[in-house]
Design a protein around this ligand. Structure first.
Ligand SMILES: Nc1ncnc2c1ncn2[C@@H]1O[C@H](COP(=O)(O)OP(=O)(O)OP(=O)(O)O)[C@@H](O)[C@H]1O
Ligand SMILES: N[C@@H](CCO)C(=O)O
Length: 277
């Protein structure tokens, strides 16, 4: 998604953070801030000195909503270490370090590469491919009032699945990649059906059972191509036809959500973020 964590950094006499955008309180603790702890930990592991930094941070990524905010913060911390510690790592090495720290590549790869990114981890190697760059599809993110920690969302999943569920999801996830790679939004309503995580996470993500039925509702406004949990939830991501008017869709989502603290964020499929040293 085209929601970014923007950081300007320079060496300084004292460490400081000036934060704007979402959750500026993240700047309150210089000891526990994930960007800074990552920066320091990476350099310590390499036996390097970590200069004090002055950071200007502008965050557009909702926290604890399944939008990958921690991946962006980890990637930023590793980039800072790479630059200010003169590590000489390639962008791929920076991304791999951030993926290993996050424990999976799902969000770090998307954040580092942009577009619709597929990724997997094989031992300590991260394999990625990006497709669906430059698709003009519109995204609408429905954010509930309460956040959900990824660990909790993961604990809701069963240990094993039936063969039928596994087969159905493998087919649909392959179809999903084809939909993005070939610009085939007509495939999305089938490709985004899930039997592996959404049924189990619904209880902790109340927007999902309210918004998924819009896909099949006869009276829903035109232009809703697909809907799914964003990451591990609790927010829901809708993929919309850019030609259809957004007003009626937003109104219908608000009514279906029955959540007075609902926030709707319009966005698009991202292009790679710029990192300049
Ligand atoms: N810009 C930031 N600066 C400092 N710390 C951050 C920043 N963004 C995220 N974090 C840290 O990451 C935590 C959120 O991580 P968590 O994995 O729970 O949610 P998420 O990454 O937003 O969602 P998901 O991984 O499901 O997409 C925050 O509580 C905070 O500690
Ligand atoms: N894809 C991961 C979430 C990534 O934060 C999951 O569903 O658990």
């Amino acid at each position: 998604m085209s929601l970014y964590l923007n950081i300007e950094a320079g060496e300084a006499v004292e460490t400081s953070i000036q934060a704007t955008g979402r959750n500026p309180d993240l700047a309150a603790s210089l000891e526990r801030n994930l960007i800074l702890t990552t920066y320091r930990e990476v350099l310590a592991a390499q036996g390097k000195f970590a200069p004090h930094l002055s950071l200007k941070v502008h965050n557009e990524i909702p926290l604890g909503m399944g939008c990958g905010s921690s991946a962006a913060a980890l990637l930023a911390g590793v980039h800072l270490a790479n630059h200010f510690g003169d590590l000489g790592w390639t962008p791929a090495q920076v991304m791999t370090e951030a993926c290993l720290r996050e424990g999976h590549p799902d969000n770090v790869a998307a954040c580092a590469l942009g577009g619709m990114t597929t990724s997997c981890q094989q031992g300590s190697e991260i394999l990625t491919a990006t497709c669906g760059l430059d698709l003009p599809w519109r995204l609408l993110l429905a954010l509930p009032g309460a956040s959900l920690a990824t660990e909790k969302a993961r604990a809701l999943l069963p240990d094993s699945y039936s063969r039928a569920d596994a087969v159905a999801n493998i087919q649909r996830s392959s179809l999903l990649v084809a939909a993005f790679a070939l610009n085939r939004p007509d495939l999305l309503h089938i490709a985004m059906r899930d039997r592996i995580h959404q049924p189990y996470r619904s209880e902790a993500c109340p927007l999902l059972p309210r918004l998924l039925p819009l896909l099949a509702a006869a009276d829903a406004p035109a232009g809703i191509w697909g809907a799914a949990l964003s990451g591990a939830g609790p927010s829901v991501l809708l993929i919309l036809d850019p030609e259809a008017p957004t007003g009626p869709v937003e109104e219908c989502v608000r009514q279906a959500a029955e959540d007075s603290s609902l926030e709707l964020v319009q966005t698009t499929i991202s292009v790679p973020a710029e990192v300049t040293y």
